[in-house]
Design a protein around this ligand. Structure first.
Ligand SMILES: NC(=O)c1ccc[n+]([C@@H]2O[C@H](COP(=O)([O-])OP(=O)(O)OC[C@H]3O[C@@H](n4cnc5c(N)ncnc54)[C@H](OP(=O)(O)O)[C@@H]3O)[C@@H](O)[C@H]2O)c1
Length: 317
């Protein structure tokens, strides 16, 4: 019988409690318990953060800049992008792309590929859409922003030549624990649309995609991670989940506490093993409920990649 060390045991109890893990208690207990080192110096590194104009992405991009990385911030809000560019000067770049448009996602991928080595890319842009909407390509908006665009960008960028193994991070959500992976309902329809369900299904698919991409990568190739931030106070949460935001406000993490796991995965040496789901610097199970478990995870991965390739091909990409 393996004896579980006390700090691992405490982490497991927190994780099992959900509230203890996802709330600000998670990092408050785990940081000292696990002696988290600071994010290292990143001079000479180039990191791309989508959704860097607000919330988690903005907080994370600022840390990366302060640690010496060159940051490419992607978002839509022109005022916020201009503010970032002004405060960073030549230390970073702020690029405007609407990632619900696959044409814009493709343009971003081409610009990134032409730019030279990218050490890490954080696919963070996204929102829980309360009402049904379609992108310019006629795709349901949640699917477009959280899954099709990140996949298109990742696929188009190909395997880079970088000094360290390039890291690609998907910012998923703990909400995905409530939904199984299924292609049938992956693209929400306007009929009976429920934003939180559509969002959780696509966030689940991000986790499946991350495992699929890692499995297809050569052993010394890129590293893919899905990470969830717990519950963090951001403009996105205030807009999409106003009641939760009000009731849970004393428990919510700061944006910095929420984004820490992604920053750590993007920068830690030696790198963490790829393909899995992380929270607070520890790899976590991808299922909590029996009802979401799959009989054949490998089959799901193949189905998803084939489906994404076909969907993109149908749309001309
Ligand atoms: N906060 C949480 O507790 C929590 C929990 C689980 C998962 N997440 C995930 O974490 C990520 C960041 O969320 P947040 O809470 O920080 O929300 P937020 O404050 O609303 O920030 C979202 C960011 O995504 C960008 N974005 C949204 N749609 C975009 C589009 N079509 N094209 C380009 N950029 C787009 C926004 O850019 P513009 O404003 O410039 O349009 C903004 O920078 C999301 O993927 C979210 O699902 C957050």
């Amino acid at each position: 019988m393996r004896i579980i060390p006390a700090r691992e045991g405490i982490d497991r109890i927190l994780e099992a409690s959900v509230i203890g893990s996802f709330s600000r208690l998670g990092p408050l207990v785990r940081r000292p318990l696990q002696s988290w080192p600071d994010i290292p110096r990143l001079d000479g590194r180039v990191v791309v953060v989508t959704g860097a104009t607000s919330g988690l992405g903005r907080a994370g991009a600022q840390v990366l800049i302060e640690r010496g990385a060159h940051v490419i911030a992607v978002g839509r809000n022109e005022t916020a992008l201009a503010e970032l560019q002004e405060s960073w000067g030549s230390r970073g770049e702020a690029w405007r792309y609407d990632l619900s448009s696959l044409t814009e996602a493709h343009e971003l991928a081409q610009r990134l590929s032409a730019r030279g080595p990218i050490d890490a890319l954080v696919h963070n842009a996204g929102a829980l859409a309360l009402s049904y909407g379609q992108s310019a390509d006629g795709v349901e908006q949640t699917l477009a922003v959280h899954l099709l665009a990140p996949y298109l960008i990742t696929r188009a960028m190909g395997t880079p030549v970088t000094q360290m193994r390039q890291r690609i991070i998907f910012m998923t959500s703990g909400g995905m624990y409530t939904q199984p992976f299924t292609l049938d309902t992956l693209e929400a329809s306007s009929e009976g649309y429920r934003g939180s369900v559509a969002y959780a299904r696509v966030k689940r698919a991000q986790v499946v995609l991350c495992a699929a991409l890692q499995r297809r990568e050569p052993p010394t190739g890129r590293l893919f991670y899905a990470v969830h931030p717990g519950w963090a106070a951001t403009p996105g949460v205030a807009t999409s989940l106003p009641l939760f935001n009000r009731l849970a406000s004393p428990l919510l993490r700061t944006a910095l506490q929420g984004v820490d796991g992604a920053l750590w995965l993007a920068t830690v040496t030696p790198p963490a093993p790829g393909g899995g789901l992380w929270l607070d610097r520890v790899e976590r199970p991808v299922h909590r409920l029996r009802s979401t478990r799959s009989d054949d995870a490998l089959h799901d991965e193949q189905l998803l990649v084939d489906w994404l390739d076909q969907r993109l091909a149908d749309l001309g990409f």
